[in-house]
Design a protein around this ligand. Sequence first.
Ligand code: AOF
Ligand code: ZN
Length: 354
Amino acid sequence: MKNTDILARTAQLAHLADSQVMDNPRVGAVLVHDGRVIGEGYHQRAGEAHAEVNCLASVREEDLPLIPEATLFVSLEPCCIKGRTPACTGLILREKVRKVVFAQRDTTDEVSGRGAAILREAGVRVKEYPDFTPTELTNRNRMIFTTEQRPFILLKYARSADGFLRPKDRSKKYWITNDISRRLVHRWRTATNAVIVGARTIIEDDPKLDSRFFPGPDPRPVILDLHDRLSGREKVFSDGRIRPLVFTGRRPAKMKADTVEIKEKDLNKKALKKIMRKLHELKFSHVTVEGGATTLEAFLSKGLWDEARIFTGPARFGHGLHAPTLPASARLLRSDRIGTDLLEVFQPSRVSEG
Ligand code: AOF
Ligand code: ZN
């Protein structure tokens, strides 16, 4: 097997990680002895084991003596600093791995090139493939997080067949999408760090904003309550498994949540900047804005979005609250039928890949 074929497997493994890696890169590792894979692993969660650690931990007892004769393939240069976890170079030397093949250099200053140098100085044979860049390793979340100092922003909403977010008569119960779409949304929620909504959505829909219809972690509810309208008795504060984060003008706010004071009374540039700074500080590399109209419009009008997923259900409301419109320059990436619903995925016109 060619080295790049095995690196392709490390990339596949890296790709299994979701946004729980937070600001860390996605990384996969494979240990090969004499053409046979004896270990595999990937980095799953910020602050937890790196790919190399999980890979070496997966080696079966009877294969342990083979480690010094095996080659460790990693999609990223092994780290040489003690971050939230110990340095992988230390582990590699301790386990007496003598051959390492990796694809990309770590972009972290203290690691870039040094991880490889430390291994070489200790007598490990190291081979790099900097030109190996399969799509699984392109990590837009991380790129946006590091270059723009904000998370990747996904917009998600559902509209009626005639373009409304909700009917005029709010007393009537209404539902736009079907159960499969709803489960899909919960699945997406397991792969995002936060679900952002305006206070009005909390008051009118009283959602829990969790991912109970799909196995996986819940996102953190982030609520924009610039007009201090929440009472603290809404479901998201009592039923939720994750403590919400509320941006509010009131301080201290009486609710079971962490609060960030915000003076602006509407979602202008300054307010959005403050919100982004906080999300970046929390190391959120992926967030989802789920509504309502005002909140979605604010992000859209400032061009602050990276992808939009829009459901269109079969119901017609006739009158109501209009769904936001994407700029004419938005590009349709995909369009899928989900039973009675249509799901369309858009990107802003210019998207840098990375
Ligand atoms: C690796 N293997 O699987 C990952 C690496 O704070 P920590 O402990 O997670 O360490 C962060 C550093 O490790 C940083 O340089 C980041 O780019 C790198 N991530 N390194 O050897 C892995 N996820
Ligand atoms: Zn590491």
